[in-house]
Design a protein around this ligand. Sequence first.
Ligand code: 4AD
Ligand code: MG
Length: 440
Amino acid sequence: MTNNDTAPRIAIAQAGAHVGETVTIPGWLYNLRKSGKIAFPLLRDGTGIIQCVAVKSALPEALFETIIGLTQESSIVVTGKVRADARATGGYELDLEDLEVIQRVPESDPYPITPKEHGIEFLMDHRHLWLRSQRPHAVLRVRHEIIKAVRDYFDSNGFTLVDTPIFTPAACEGTTSLFEVNYFEDEKAYLTQSGQLYSEANAMAFGKVYCFGPTFRAEKSKTRRHLTEFWMVEPEMAYAGLEDVKRVAEEMIVFIVHRVLENRRAELKTLERDIAKLEAIQAPFPRIHYDEAVKILNAKGSPIEWGGDFGGTDETLLVQDYDRPLMVDGYPTAIKAFYMAPDPDRPEVALGVDVLAPEGYGEIIGGGQRIHDLDLLLRRIEEHNLPKEAFNWYLDLRKYGSVPHGGFGMGIERCVSWLCGLEHIRETIAFPRMLYRIRP
Ligand code: 4AD
Ligand code: MG
């Protein structure tokens, strides 16, 4: 008996539209429970999980034997009738009529990830397989939703997507975290740390732009917030200042959080995320100046002095009193990147802003207004010991129709980590690259 040729082929997520029908679903064996004359193969296909019911008396003997001998993660194509069952995971079950084995995982070399608990290093070493489990699956679906929301936000607010190069001749975010690569014979190139400098050129051509791609930091930081390769979305706007940057950052974050709440409740539940914490994310976000932040930190016992940069612990202390992201502006110019515009009334502080996520997730966004005066920018390039020749094209932007402009960068993985409520950034991307991990 086989219905494989005639039954419609569906995905598990579509089961609800086929109640009472016989369908075929290709997938993998997630788990198998059996008790004598009945077996319950749990099928997963990437869209969901459905329990199949195989009754010995209703099936050819050889087929039932095949089913009860199945091993975890064997690839199988099942055919059966969909039945609604309120108690079942996903709400449906499949009364099994046929099953085709595509590849059976041998007992001699079983699937390494079993339903028992595994250590994180073991799971990371088997990341290529671990992605099939429910937790990583849920995280990556939230990630997809965030990326889609980011694109939808900019696409529907007048921004043009103009992507920027990955091989670059110069540093954007400081020379200490550059990955150098050989670019043919005598040339050195660096993997981009940020698309910003190119986005500035693009903004002068298109008005409002964003780039969205992988960025690289050779940072020797082994923390739960740092990757060496991460994805960043970077909007840039001509005729814009610090306040515009803050407004767009706030709007974008609220938009993303709402989308995730709207479309990814099931995944958040799998991750046991406290939804109420996300529902609290509404505009306006609190805004404080760096001066005030230092005072708050000192009052909470941090030894930080005016002029210093905030560490992870400081960021956590700062957001403690808020239920939504905190915007801190006016950091000392001396600790910020060469391109940051100084506050005209107080040049020792910059027109830059960091957005710190609540619950101790730290900085998710950095940005601000850029220097648009040619002489000042030249001075900064010298002070930072950057090679002027590599920045000639960037300086052109200040010679030909220079205007106040600004933008920001949001690290996607930091955002995923926060919205999913994760302990560590390594779970936010399919194959993380970190100080001590470049495999699988
Ligand atoms: O604050 P950053 O270094 O700012 C820039 O690169 C600017 N050029 C962006 C701009 O204005 N267009 O990085 C921006 C964001 C951080 O707030 C953080 O979310 C993320 O990028 N980020 C990292 N994420 C993961 N691992 C790392 N090592 C990261 N470094 C920065
Ligand atoms: Mg930063």
